[in-house]
Design a protein around this ligand. Structure first.
Ligand SMILES: Cc1cc2nc3c(=O)[nH]c(=O)nc-3n(C[C@H](O)[C@H](O)[C@H](O)COP(=O)(O)OP(=O)(O)OC[C@H]3O[C@@H](n4cnc5c(N)ncnc54)[C@H](O)[C@@H]3O)c2cc1C
Length: 531
């Protein structure tokens, strides 16, 4: 019988952190089990490869949502990373922590140790911010955080337009105040992706007490009585089992951690019984409380051929490829967004509730995923603190089957209003003097769409996930909570969930930084366990 002190399921953003931190003590053996393979595909490392890996089998689970009426019965693609680094190997690399009030809110829900002052040290510990340290920022940590290496006069003027319209320039949106516009900070080093695997796994890989098992699809947690004893996984069509001396930790992400709990008999009893699964623990919240950011994209034709559309096609691409090969600079270091904006939909609010992802680039037809031939600008607003709640649940007892994902986007009235407000503010921004000279005409939704209802209709028809599912194994103490504030699964001993799924409420920003913070803190909770 093979026994490890710790078994970590999933080598994504959280799993890589845990594998590193838990194996720091050479007396503890750690198994890290990952369904996917290595992270050596070049498109993972070259930032612009993001456009490819978004739809690349092998490195991506390629989930789809169920058709839902609020989003015009479309099945929305839900990419998730597969392989070392998980989603941090295919994400857009933008580094955004969210707002202090997000974490203070978690604390106010009764989660001890998760208020902003408690978790700020973990953000600082995790990062190496190239711009240096201060009260909010850290240096010397495993995760390299850099300013974007590429700037554009067009985007400089967009930031100037934000200043002209009163939204301001953000000094450091991860520092004292999030509000305003500026270039994104990115998890990159010298122009290459800095995934959680690169940050945390590569330095730990050679440790003798860390065993990384790739291409191994975990099918269930072995539970005896009310205690987690190990896991089963399938590798090369053979089922294997490994066991733990201390704990099993699920870090399979917001889609698959709840799936694994349900497959293991932890969840809503009727659902489990319907699928022929023996109930080990009645936990009605598993797979519920699904939250995600929903983005609507507005596209303009630009008046000058100084955008990524030209730089990443034809002769422009040849020049940029050379620039990247020689200096690790230029358009190939850019991903989905270059400039971030954080604004309030209503001045009465204490903090921003809209985030913008802005790029001097455009896909008028996102399905074709081809940059337009004309110079373009995309501004994508999202409601930062959505009220809509969805779910993810198993469809069957088959562990290889994709679960049923129902994001339930735009089911809340306030989410619709904030999104439409975000679209209107974007339209105002392009009319500001600094930006006007760069704009030819609005392409999408197009100037015929004038009313709020028309804008909402466009958003419902064309919007997409911002890839931040969270909350499906939420931390808390109410009847729908799945883990406690030590991230232990309620009712089952020696089993934790440590990943984006434990967020009781989605943070006001992109989720990679917060997930890495959760895992840094989770590792400390595990290491200092006293019972
Ligand atoms: C396309 C995309 C773009 C994004 N852009 C950004 C961004 O720019 N900035 C940002 O902050 N956030 C971004 N995100 C979100 C961010 O990357 C995620 O929130 C974060 O990586 C989640 O970490 P996690 O550990 O919860 O899950 P993941 O990183 O998804 O890790 C889960 C791991 O578990 C493995 N796994 C799942 N099931 C099993 C199983 N049964 N057996 C074995 N292994 C299993 C998976 O293969 C995966 O490796 C993006 C995400 C995507 C997909």
């Amino acid at each position: 019988m093979i026994k490890y002190d710790y078994i970590v399921v999933g080598a994504g953003s959280a799993g890589c952190v845990l594998a590193n931190r838990l194996s720091e003590n050479t007396k503890h053996t750690v198994a890290l089990i990952e369904a996917g393979g290595s992270d050596n595909h070049p498109w993972i490392h070259i930032p612009v490869g993001y456009i490819k890996t978004m739809a690349m089998p092998g490195v991506n689970w390629l989930f789809d949502s169920e058709p839902e009426p609020n989003t015009f019965n479309r099945s929305i693609p839900i990419p998730r990373g597969r392989g070392l680094g998980g989603s941090s190997s295919i994400n857009a690399m933008v580094y955004v922590r969210g707002q202090p009030d997000d974490y203070n809110g978690w604390g106010q829900m009764g989660n001890r140790g998760w208020s902003y002052d408690d978790i700020l040290p973990y953000f600082k510990k995790s990062e190496n911010f190239e711009m240096g340290y201060d009260e909010y920022r850290g240096i010397g940590g495993p995760l390299n955080v850099a300013n974007t290496r590429q700037t554009y006069p067009f985007m400089d003027d967009l930031i100037n337009a934000a200043v002209e319209t009163g939204y301001g320039k953000a000094a450091d949106y991860n520092g004292k105040s999030q509000a305003g516009f500026n270039y994104f900070q990115v998890t990159q080093k010298n122009g290459l992706r800095f995934s959680a695997a690169r940050a945390y796994l590569n330095p730990a890989k050679k440790r003798k007490n860390l065993h990384i098992i790739k291409n191994a699809h975990v099918t269930k947690v072995i539970i005896e009585g009310k205690v987690a004893k190990g896991i089963k996984y399938i590798s090369n069509n053979v089922e294997e089992s490994i066991f733990t001396k201390r704990e099993v930790i699920l870090s399979a992400g917001s889609i698959q951690s709840p799936q694994l709990l349900e497959l293991s008999g932890i969840g809503e009893p009727n659902l489990l019984k319907k699928n022929g699964i023996e109930v080990k623990q009645d936990l009605i919240g598993v797979g519920e409380n699904y939250q995600d950011h929903y983005i609507a994209r507005l596209v303009w034709r630009a008046s000058k051929r100084e955008t990524l559309n030209e730089e990443l096609q034809g002769i422009g691409l040849v020049k940029q490829a050379l620039k990247f090969a020689l200096f690790r600079r230029g358009a190939l270091t850019v991903t989905a967004g270059l400039v971030a904006g954080f604004v309030k939909s209503d001045n009465a609010l204490a903090t921003p509730d809209i985030q913008y992802h802005i790029a001097p680039a455009s896909f008028a037809d996102p399905k074709k995923r081809k940059l337009d031939k004309w110079p373009g600008l995309t501004i994508g607003p999202c409601q930062l603190r959505p009220h809509s709640r969805g779910s993810v649940h198993i469809k069957s007892i088959d562990p290889m089957a994709h679960p049923l994902i129902k994001p339930n986007f735009l089911s809340s009235e306030i989410d619709k209003q904030v999104l439409v407000k975000g679209m209107n503010i974007a339209r105002d921004l392009v009319k500001a003097p600094a930006l006007r000279k760069w704009i030819d005409k609005e392409e999408l939704p197009g100037s015929l769409e004038k009313t709020n209802d028309e804008l909402l209709n466009y958003a419902r028809q064309t919007g997409a996930t911002l890839y931040h599912p969270a909350g499906t194994c939420k931390m808390g103490h109410d009847e729908k909570a799945v883990v406690d504030d030590q991230l232990r699964v309620h009712g089952i001993k020696d089993l934790r969930v440590v990943d984006a799924s434990i967020m009781p409420k989605l943070v006001s920003g992109n989720t990679n930084a917060a997930t890495i913070m959760i895992a840094e803190k989770g590792a400390d909770l595990i290491r200092t366990r006293s019972d």
